[in-house]
Each structure stands twice: as C-alpha cells, then as structure tokens.
Design a protein around this ligand. Structure first.
Ligand SMILES: [Zn+2]
Length: 164
C-alpha cells in the first residue's frame, strides 16, 4: 500500500504558508514560513534572508514627498509609513502587525497603536497649521510677475516707452 503525501500543516488564522529562501548566496534552502498574506507584500522567496530569524513582514502604507522650489521633480524630504511585523522579535509588540515610520535617516520608528493614532492626529493638525502659515506668506508678499507671457512683456515695454 502506497504511503500518502506529507500532510500540509494548518496555518494560523490570518496566515498562509509561503516559500522563503534562506541562506548565503549559492548555498540557499527553501523553507515554509507563515506569512500574513492579507497585508504582507514581500515575496519571501525572491527576498533572500540569511536566517529565518531575519524574515520580517512588510506591507503597503503611505508616502509623503516634499519637493523644493528649485527642483519640483525630486523629493528633497521623504516620509514613509508602512505596516510591518518581526515574528522573531522578543517583543510581542514587534511580532504583531504595527506601523513603522521611516525616512532617509536610516532610523525607523515602530509605533504602538496609540502612537499611530497620535501621529495621524498630529498630521491633521499640521495640515491646518501649514495652510495658516501659507496664508501669512501670501498676504505678506507683494504681487510679483513670475510667469509673464509675451503679450504682457510687450505691454510692459509700451508702458515704459521702450521700442516694441
Ligand atoms: Zn510576509
């Protein structure tokens, strides 16, 4: 009588077993790990880690990019807020899905749920304060010709008595 195939273990609620590649380049192995696939967007097979303990789950979030007036095409400052969890952490709060805030500094801030709520409230307040400060700038500055079109340039030369 033939033996049946190895039974697939049951995953925890909210998790699915996915393949993960572990090891050093050229010396990798594939293991099954539990991944919270409802929010984790990491392909754990393509993103190789040296050890299983190095695997973190990471999901979508939001991004704030701030350009500067001398370069409207490139963000000078950046802020990212994403979902993450570190299942190998000793801290149960890090094992749980939580928000992580990062920028280009290399320092990441892992937030409790309360800190996440406070951050959202602070950003709403900051948006109102930015608009208030912008109104001060707009009322403090005299009108300046910035993007004059050729017909306006011609009108200005006529007013100034210059040859057209
Ligand atoms: Zn994952």
């Amino acid at each position: 009588m033939a033996k049946s195939a190895i039974s697939t273990p049951m995953s925890s609620p909210g998790f699915e077993f996915v393949a993960a590649r572990i090891g050093l380049p050229g010396r990798t192995t594939t293991v099954l790990i539990e991944c919270p696939t409802s929010w984790c967007t990491v392909n754990h097979f393509e993103v190789r880690e040296v050890a299983v303990e190095d695997i973190t789950h990471y999901g979508p979030g939001t991004f704030l990019g701030i350009p500067t007036m001398s370069d409207d095409e490139t963000d000078l400052l950046e802020l990212y807020v994403n979902i993450t969890s570190d299942p190998a952490s000793d801290d149960p709060r890090m094992q749980a899905a939580h928000l992580i805030v990062s920028n280009s500094s290399g320092q990441d801030a892992d937030l409790t749920n309360g800190q996440g709520e406070e951050l959202a409230d602070s950003l709403v307040r900051m948006a109102a304060e930015i608009r208030q400060a912008l109104r001060v700038c707009q009322s403090a500055n005299r009108p300046v010709l910035v993007d004059s079109d050729p017909s306006m340039d011609e009108a200005l030369r006529r007013v100034r008595g210059e040859a057209v």
